[in-house]
Design a protein around this ligand. Structure first.
Ligand code: PEP
Length: 255
């Protein structure tokens, strides 16, 4: 964690928690909020049906509402999809783009992510762009090549990153497996990504951009990961489902 960047921890609940379960989480977690470090920014990304209910809980607090995805088109005949305007209307401030589960399950590719990030930028919502290699790619020595290819989703942005842009390094082999990257592995990937941002958008933009680590972050390993200067917080699945654990991650990010 570098002192010039505000730490950020985002809860990605994936397809977990009904609106009622989400409300119970909020009651518990928000009661812990006054004890958590104020300099750490926090966000929760519930499933779409729980967005409005969670948003109502978060509105009077400093915790931001996030969404797990958005459709590339602004409106129309896209059954089952959700637009940027719908997310903005319920108070969403940040949106995940390019999560590896979307790449895997929906076969989404960089061109889709570019379009989504453009929609978000036009509406003033922050994209949280997720990149990361598979185990096969890492074992084949292709991690940097894969990350560089995923970063081409930003090529359409000229020389300025989308406002509020956040990058998340999430090695696919670490997501939901209980096998987090070592702090050194993560730090190497983050340094590579920051260097790519610098080449593309300049040193100042790269230095100002938060790069989160995601992949089996827990209260037990968070402090060591977040201690690395290029790791600015976490994008957290499993451990974010438990209020005490999510609170512990906020404490680790503020240390
Ligand atoms: C994620 O899905 O973004 C994630 C990092 O999940 P987990 O923390 O469960 O590995």
């Amino acid at each position: 964690m570098h002192p010039s960047r505000t730490p950020l921890v985002i809860a990605n609940w994936k397809m977990n928690k009904t609106p009622s379960e989400a409300a119970l989480f909020c009651d518990d977690f928000l009661s812990r909020l006054p004890a958590l470090p104020e300099r750490v920014e926090l966000a929760i990304a519930p499933a779409f049906p729980a967005l409005e209910r969670v948003g109502r809980h978060l509105l009077p607090t400093r915790v931001k509402l996030a969404a797990q995805d958005v459709h590339v088109e602004p409106k129309g005949a896209h059954t089952g999809e959700v637009s940027v305007a719908m997310l903005a209307d319920v108070g969403v401030a940040m949106v995940l783009v390019g999560h590896s589960e979307r790449r895997r399950d929906r076969k989404e590719i960089e061109a889709d992510f570019t379009r989504k990030m453009k929609r978000l930028a036009d509406a003033g919502l922050s994209p949280v762009y997720c990149v990361g290699e598979t185990l096969e790619e890492r074992d084949g020595g292709r991690t940097e090549e894969v990350l560089a290819a995923q970063m081409t989703a930003l090529d359409a942005f000229g020389d300025a990153l989308p406002p509020g842009f956040v990058l998340a390094y999430e090695p696919v082999w670490a997501i939901g497996t209980g096998r987090a990257a070592t702090p050194e592995m993560a730090a190497d990937a983050h340094a590579f990504l920051r260097a790519r941002l610098s080449e593309r958008f300049g040193a100042a933009a790269a230095a100002a951009t938060r790069i989160l680590y995601g992949g089996s972050v827990t209260p037990a390993n968070a402090a060591d990961l977040f201690a690395k200067p290029d790791i600015d917080g976490g994008l957290v699945g499993g451990a974010s489902l438990v209020p005490a654990d999510f609170a512990a991650l906020a404490v680790a990010a503020g240390a």
